[in-house]
Design a protein around this ligand. Structure first.
Ligand code: SF4
Ligand code: ZN
Length: 308
């Protein structure tokens, strides 16, 4: 197998693109495609102050690596979730990466907002699914830290597989309102909401993993223990079977959806956002769900302390 560009020995074959490439040409090919996506969806440019949400995994460290190596002004944000045997290791990966690249890393800790409780403890206290509590808290902290730090845009490492599995889930359940909002760019639509973008939406998980490996990124291979059994993983397996039989189908599915996303816009309900009475960040209610969660936790902790 020879590299289609230089004729040297190829190290990766991309059936979706009908191409085999050596390491050097793969890195160039991969980065060029990501930069094209950034330009196509007008995500950001070199004048912008960028905050990259990093978890220590291959996707987020790879996008940070790519942006730094291409001269973007990109700072990392790690959120410590307090998940045993996972958070400590993933935090070290981010700290080591930042040191190695001489890059700036901000660290936020969920415990600082919730009376010293970790994500699994909060979920247990309020009897809700861990991932739903985690998602709510992460979204709030990412947005708030981005605004407080004066960043123009928040970057996440969601890849093509993540986006296609979300799309697939929304389609089979006909979640038309979610379909109307699914896009690689979420524009700022409130003065306390930062623009959010996903530059890896056209790169598969395998392509990102190959990039991380070739660039020598020391990322966290272990997955979060709460991701085991997630429906999204089941969808990803189904979609990989489809990709195996019809290479390029994941990319065609997603691109076709973006090109035709106008179809779903009639289902879009314009959310009336206002400032949360407690924190001032946007919400559709009087008090935002993050502040309500904090209050519930505060009450529960106070009650249990009363019993002591
Ligand atoms: Fe949070 Fe769930 Fe993701 Fe773990 S798998 S980081 S608990 S959302
Ligand atoms: Zn609030």
């Amino acid at each position: 197998m020879k590299c289609k560009i230089c004729g040297n020995k190829a190290v990766i074959k991309l059936r979706a693109h009908n191409i085999a490439l050596c390491e050097k040409d793969y890195i160039a090919f991969f980065e060029k495609r990501v930069l094209k996506t950034i330009r196509k969806y007008r995500m950001f440019d070199k004048d912008h102050k960028i905050l990259v949400a990093v978890s220590g995994g291959k996707d987020s460290l790879s996008i940070w690596e790519l942006l730094l190596s291409r001269g973007f002004n990109a700072v990392g944000l790690y959120i410590d979730l307090g998940i045993e045997n996972y958070s400590e290791d993933s935090k070290s990966k981010c700290i080591n990466f930042a040191k190695d690249k001489n890059a700036e890393l901000e660290i936020a800790n969920v415990k600082e907002y919730f009376n010293g409780l970790s994500i699994p403890e909060i979920a247990r206290y309020v009897r809700r699914k861990t991932c739903s509590v985690c998602g709510l808290i992460k979204r709030y902290i990412m947005n708030r830290r981005a605004l407080e730090g004066g960043y123009d845009v928040l970057v996440t490492g969601h890849n093509l597989d993540d986006e296609v599995s979300t799309l697939f889930g929304n389609m089979i359940h006909w979640q038309v309102e979610y379909l109307a909002r699914q896009f690689p760019v979420l524009e700022k639509n409130h003065d306390k909401m930062v623009k959010k973008v996903k530059p890896f939406v056209t790169s598969t998980e395998r392509e990102v993993a190959a990039y991380a490996l070739m660039k020598g990124i020391d990322y966290m291979e272990k997955e979060c223990p709460f991701s085991i059994g997630a429906t999204s993983l089941f969808y990803k397996r189904l979609l990989n079977e489809l990709e195996e039989k019809q290479p390029g189908s994941k990319l065609r599915f997603l691109n076709g959806f973006y090109e035709n996303s106008g179809i779903f816009q009639t289902f879009r309900k314009e959310l009336k956002l206002r400032a949360c009475e407690r924190c001032g960040y946007p919400t559709t209610e009087t008090v935002c769900s993050f502040c309500r969660l904090r209050e519930r936790i505060g009450n529960i902790v106070e009650k249990s302390e009363d019993r002591l």
